[in-house]
Design a protein around this ligand. Structure first.
Ligand code: PRX
Length: 636
């Protein structure tokens, strides 16, 4: 295990150099010594970014659940693998040991098999943060089915789109979910979605809120009786390292969501290795990531990374504000959490409520703090560092993406000196670079540009499900021989990276990626609306909020504009989900356009940001007159 854990800065630089000078040798050694393979690889890496094609550990055979569960049974059978902390603090937490997890995953896997699920089939999982979510995900991996977890905050339409895109044949859901004080009728959403999903033959339904729900005969089955009857043994399907493990959808700036495909071997090696080092996980630590398993953070750093290391990982069902804003800290105290990983938006929301909620709890167990999903602003960084970490628990500001599978740029706590708002240095094996407006690599420090990665890493997504061309165009066409991240970044005088934000039409709201096109499409479905444009503007808690400029087909002939605003947000909620609702809606007589008819979002963005001092040359627009009108009526 010597090469598996970085201890100091000198070692980081040394190991980093090795990983860059001879990546294949480096990853081969990590893979060889720290994982359970049924057969070793013939080739460590083959790659070609122009196709693009990337293969790690080709020819190797394994099952990731044997690495996450079975291999711990000799030494950690009774160790807690998952602590389930329910939404309601009065409900008892559940501790699931590695041995119990083994049994539960096997049983679930047998239920999937009994419903005809086989290796390579796609299974959609639409569940709240309850143990069945972790178990069903792992059960798919056990039998080689490809899981597609859809965040349970998505609407029926969004769920149906994702189910159909990857042609899922079975869906796992629950009767409902708790979210703070609210109960959500998940099964109702599923029923609506399935009206347009002919490929789903079976629905497995977990009981969570114990309400009466409609159960369609020969399609819907309660899980509990099936699990009771299922056999406790299920041998793991032996997979190729490059067999798909899962599909996870992420928003693009245009079109339908992109089903990012992650494969088995490289994903396992990279998520496990980053987890160990970035969270500095030690054998008896309790680790908590507050993300939802419906996002990549939950896949990699609630499930696969921690379990591969035999860690204890917390699965929290609820929200930071229920029953009050002390809930996170109560959980930290209760389970003596050592590593805590959350998003800047949560930190800002908690900071706003003041430190009194924190002061009631003992947070001395915390050793490492993590941040993910969006840039962390200076104020939030200091609040987190001073009040949560008491200046003793370093912050790992981790930059990465659904597409990258694992953390790419981050300090290694206790190794890399931190700097507020900086994700700092590339992780081992990662070769970032900045590209200028002429498409050239920028050397030296104190520079900024578009962030790209020059060399493959084991956990990168291999394709977009059903659309390799789109994968190529989105990530490998902007610059030759580079993976383009879609983010802008700067590099300071010592080579630390600071991520400045998206440079495309994706807006990050409360840590969620939202493409502008799908939101505009939803709005434009309204019969009274001619067209719309969405931009982001700074928001003190969400990071960014959405500003919609909307033109009506027949101005003046409409009902109350306030009623129309409600209908717009209703449409967005139905098509995408409440996370994509607009904070501000402005009705305009026109949208600024180029002579070729393209909406000039740059101008709209500046107006939404209340920064109209320098709009650039607007005289070349098709309709420059609308700009002043928009400025005059903005933010009303
Ligand atoms: O813009 C970056 C931002 O989130 C995007 C990726 O979003 P998603 O695929 O949903 O994955 C989020 C969780 C890994 C990135 O392109 N982002 C993520 N982490 C950071 C960040 N921006 C700044 N700092 C970060 N630490």
């Amino acid at each position: 295990m010597s090469n598996y854990h970085i201890e100091n800065l000198e070692e980081y630089f040394q190991v980093y150099r090795q990983s860059i000078q001879n990546p294949e040798l480096f990853w081969e050694e990590i893979a060889k010594e720290n994982f359970l393979w049924r057969k070793k690889w013939d080739n460590v890496l083959t790659w070609n970014f122009s196709k693009p094609e990337v293969k790690w550990f080709e020819g190797a055979k394994l099952n990731i659940t044997e690495n996450c569960i079975d291999r711990h049974l000799d030494t950690r059978a009774d160790k807690t693998a998952i602590i389930f902390e329910p939404n309601n603090p009065d409900e008892k937490a559940e501790h699931i040991s590695y041995k119990q997890l083994h049994e539960k995953v096997n049983k679930f896997a047998n239920v999937l098999k009994s419903k005809g699920v086989k290796k390579g089939d796609r299974v959609c999982i639409y569940l709240p943060m309850i143990p069945e979510l972790a178990i069903s995900t792992l059960a798919c991996a056990r039998i080689g089915a490809i899981h597609s977890v859809v965040f349970a905050g998505f609407s029926a339409t969004a769920l149906a789109t994702r189910i159909n895109d990857s042609d899922c044949k079975l869906l796992v859901t629950s009767d409902g979910s708790y979210r703070g004080a609210k109960k959500i009728d998940l099964k109702g959403i599923v029923d609506e979605a399935l009206e347009s999903c002919p490929g789903i033959n079976n629905v497995l339904v977990a009981k969570r809120i114990h309400t009466d729900v409609f159960m369609k005969p020969k399609r819907d089955y309660w899980l509990e009786p099936l699990l009771k009857e299922a056999a406790i043994d299920c041998s793991a399907e032996i997979m190729d390292a490059e067999d798909p493990l899962f599909i996870l959808y992420t928003s693009g700036s245009t079109g339908t969501p992109k089903g990012m495909v992650h494969t088995t071997g490289g994903y396992m090696v990279y998520t496990a290795y980053t987890f160990k080092n970035i969270f500095q996980y030690r054998e008896n630590d309790v680790y908590w990531c507050t993300a939802d398993i419906g996002w990549i953070t939950g896949h990699s750093y609630i499930l696969y990374g921690p379990l591969c290391n035999g860690a204890t990982t917390i699965l929290y069902e609820g929200v930071p504000s229920y029953p009050d804003y002390g809930r996170f800290w109560e959980i930290v105290e209760k389970h003596k959490v050592n590593q805590f990983y959350t998003a800047p938006t949560a930190i800002r929301a908690l900071a706003k409520e003041g430190v009194s909620h924190l002061e009631k709890y003992n947070l001395s167990s915390l050793k490492v703090l993590g941040s993910v999903g969006e840039p962390i602003n200076e104020e939030a960084w200091h609040w987190y560092n001073d009040n949560v970490g008491k200046k003793k628990a370093p912050i790992a500001d981790t930059w990465w993406q659904t597409e990258t599978g694992g953390i790419m740029i981050s300090p290694i706590p206790y190794v890399t000196p931190t700097k507020p708002t900086y994700a700092t240095l590339p992780f081992i094996g990662i070769q970032p670079t900045l590209i200028n407006e002429n498409g050239k690599e920028i050397n030296g420090n104190q520079v900024s540009g578009n962030l790209c990665i020059k060399y493959p890493w084991p956990s990168m997504a291999r394709t977009i499900w059903g659309n390799h061309q789109r994968y190529k165009e989105t990530y490998f066409s902007a610059y030759e021989n580079m993976y383009f991240t879609g983010d802008g970044a700067l590099r300071d005088e010592v080579g630390y990276y600071r991520i400045t934000g998206r440079v495309d039409d994706v807006i990050i709201v409360s840590g969620h990626n939202l493409g502008t096109a799908p939101i505009e499409d939803a709005i434009n479905e309204h019969p009274a609306i001619a067209e719309s444009a969405i931009v982001g503007f700074p928001h003190s808690i969400k990071g960014n909020a959405l500003y919609g400029y909307v033109t009506l087909k027949e101005a003046g002939k409409n009902k109350e504009l306030s009623a129309l605003k409600k209908e717009i947000n209703q449409l967005i909620t139905e098509q995408i989900g409440p996370i994509a609702k607009l904070d501000k809606i402005q009705f305009t007589n026109g949208l600024p356009k180029t002579r070729s008819g393209k909406i000039m979002r740059r101008i709209l963005r500046k107006i939404a940001e209340k920064d109209t001092s320098n709009l650039g040359d607007i005289s070349t627009l098709l309709n420059p007159e609308c700009v002043q009108e928009i400025i005059d009526n903005a933010h009303n």
